[in-house]
Design a protein around this ligand. Structure first.
Ligand code: ADP
Length: 228
């Protein structure tokens, strides 16, 4: 089995001398290419911080994050952004769409950053995939939470990521919309072979992935394969 993400002795602290808060403490695991994985644990246990480090959004205080063979710790912020553009997708719990851009323009941003061609048509295709072609010219405030999350999914899919990180992707959605969003994520995992790492408090969603990693107090306390 090939490894796409390798976390070794990872630690993260916030604050400075005298007032340090250790949020992650000596976390170790590896994620197989093409697998689907859930990270669960109580609120405040370090899940979002861990996901951000795995995706190169932030830098660790100790240990290493190796993504697709690249050690992220040795990279500048600019280089980490390049790595993210190349093969990482990230879905934020609160969507993080740019409010001054339409749905279509939000999806076009990563394509533009990658210097790709035909970006408008490709962004339209992506919106169509998530069932939002008819909302392409709407601004985020004109869309429901579920629609905003689907735009953020279309944006996360736009660079055909090798690995997709999702932080509570269904946390702010009603049950029906949550199901729809889950289906989009699992379809991408199954059809395109995109590795999936989902932070969730929804144990039903976690149970649909192949493996559940449990974090408590900044430590990995269990790591189990599911029967999914
Ligand atoms: P979870 O996702 O499991 O709820 P988080 O990773 O969001 O946990 O947070 C873990 C701990 O780290 C919390 O105590 C939180 O207050 C703290 N924390 C997160 N981000 C920062 C930050 N930028 N500065 C200081 N403390 C932070």
């Amino acid at each position: 089995m090939e490894t796409i993400l390798d976390i070794h002795n990872l630690s993260k602290s916030y604050g400075s001398a005298g007032k340090t808060l250790t949020v992650l403490d000596d976390v170790n695991f590896a994620i197989e290419t093409g697998s689907s994985n859930a990270i669960v644990g109580p609120s405040g246990s370090g899940k979002t911080t861990l996901l951000g480090l795995c995706a190169g959004l932030d830098r660790s205080s100790g240990g290493s994050v190796t993504l697709n063979g690249i050690n992220l710790n040795t990279l500048s912020e600019d280089k980490r952004a390049q790595v993210r553009n190349q093969f990482v997708g990230f879905i934020f719990q609160n969507f993080q769409l740019l409010p001054t851009l339409t749905a279509l323009e939000n999806v076009m941003v990563p394509l533009e950053l990658r210097g790709e061609r035909n970006i408008k048509a490709r962004a339209m295709d992506l919106l169509d995939k998530v069932g939002l072609a008819s909302r392409s010219h709407h601004y985020p405030t004109q869309l429901s939470g579920g629609e905003q999350q689907r735009v953020s999914i279309a944006r996360a899919f736009s660079n055909q990521p090798k690995i997709l990180f999702a932080d509570e992707p269904t946390g702010n959605l009603d049950a029906e919309t949550g199901e729809r969003v889950q289906k989009l994520l699992f379809d991408l995992n199954q059809d395109a072979g995109t590795t999936l790492v989902v932070v969730t408090h929804d144990l039903e969603l976690a149970g649909k992935t192949g493996r559940i990693l449990r974090i408590k107090g900044g430590k990995l306390v269990s790591d189990e394969k599911t029967t999914a």
